[in-house]
Design a protein around this ligand. Structure first.
Ligand SMILES: NC(=O)c1ccc[n+]([C@@H]2O[C@H](COP(=O)([O-])OP(=O)(O)OC[C@H]3O[C@@H](n4cnc5c(N)ncnc54)[C@H](O)[C@@H]3O)[C@@H](O)[C@H]2O)c1
Length: 333
């Protein structure tokens, strides 16, 4: 099978490409390298085009056949989304509409979409099921929810089947440390803690230690990036078997506090993580943990690398190894 992977040069998309290759599927990547990396493309065909460029998409992709599309490409920084809402609506929503147009025109019948827990907004319950109200509190979450609705409507009209995967906090790296997380700027806790440990980033700031949680710091749900990749393969298989539109939470189902994460990072690294306690960040709920029964029941997905220690060990192996050399075949729009 041959799949199109938008955002395949990014963190999670590149791990999905690796998982496709491991099961001897073929992958073509669409990416504009706005946040992706040339070293992450693993020798696959890359079409360098911005999803906002409908004419460029048509020019580079018309007449191509794909068995489905994994759609990761998006802007995903909350602060940036508040400062530049138009960029987020154009990139995430209009870009997806363009992609769906080309998918529809060329008969690529299946789309698996990268959504986020940010669609829920402030949680009304600590453990979040898919039935929880969707009331995003930032532009990033709004655009992801808008895309979910777009996919639901397009799915309902018949030609393209789609589903949405709502990730909680993706973390970790490939088991051989050949790929891993490299966002710039990095906003995620585990890579920032490990970068601080290795001297590649300043001391970490813990945003508040006076929450109503056991140790006062926020609890979050971390899911290994390779478990996310597995879920995508299962979601695509589910669509191929006739599955209709639905949104599925992807998390480990366990909550770890920031302090617990730092403790595990210190155990894995073998030295203290330089850090200080700062003020709370606006919009940070105390607890955010996924209920994952729906993905388990409907997709047959179970996270296999759910322990926080396994996640941190893989991220630390990646952090120590450094970035690989660039490679791959690139065509431009
Ligand atoms: N990392 C997480 O914890 C997390 C959590 C929830 C949801 N998500 C979602 O998962 C997806 C992947 O996240 P990531 O962490 O791998 O991000 P990333 O920034 O590493 O990857 C995104 C990729 O998309 C590409 N891209 C962005 N806009 C594009 C456009 N207009 N045209 C073509 N390519 C474009 C970027 O160059 C990059 O390679 C995103 O949709 C994100 O919103 C991520």
């Amino acid at each position: 099978m041959h799949f199109l992977v938008t955002g395949g040069a990014g963190y999670i998309g590149s791990h999905l490409v690796r998982a496709l290759l491991a099961r001897e599927d073929e992958a073509t990547i669409v990416d504009d390298f706005s946040t992706g990396h040339r070293w992450a493309i693993q020798g696959r065909e890359v079409i360098e085009v911005d999803l906002r460029d409908l004419a460029g998409l048509r020019r580079t992709l018309a007449g191509r056949h794909f068995d489905g599309v994994f759609h990761f490409a998006a802007k995903s920084l909350v602060g940036e989304s508040q400062a530049q809402p138009l960029l987020y609506w154009q990139n995430n929503v209009a870009g997806t509409a363009n992609l769906l147009q080309v998918a529809n025109d060329n008969g690529w019948g299946r789309v698996v979409f990268s959504s986020t827990a940010a669609v829920y907004g402030n949680p009304e319950t600590p453990r979040i099921t898919e039935a929880h109200p969707t009331q995003p509190i930032n532009v990033y979450g709004e655009t992801k929810l808008a895309v979910e609705r777009l996919l639901r409507d397009v799915s309902g009209a018949g030609k393209v089947a789609a589903c949405s995967l709502r990730y909680f906090n993706a973390a970790g790296a490939a088991d051989d440390a050949s790929l891993g997380e490299a966002h710039e700027p990095e906003t995620h806790l585990i890579p920032n803690a490990l970068r601080a440990a290795s001297g590649n980033a300043p001391a970490l700031t813990v945003f508040g230690d006076d929450y109503d949680t056991p140790d006062g710091t926020c609890l979050r749900d971390y899911i290994h990036v390779e478990d996310l990749a597995d879920a995508h393969l299962l979601a695509m298989d589910h669509l191929a078997a006739g599955g209709g539109f639905a949104a599925y939470n992807l998390g480990s189902g366990a909550g770890y506090s920031v302090r617990q994460v730092l403790d595990v990072c210190e155990q894995v690294v073998g030295r203290p993580i330089p850090h200080s306690i700062g003020a709370r960040r606006a919009g940070d709920p105390p607890v955010l943990v996924a209920a994952t029964e729906l993905a388990q029941d409907c997709l047959g997905w179970t996270p296999r690398r759910a322990s926080l220690r396994a996640i941190v060990e893989s991220a630390w192996a990646w952090e120590q190894k450094g970035r690989p050399a660039a490679g791959g075949l690139t065509r431009r729009a």
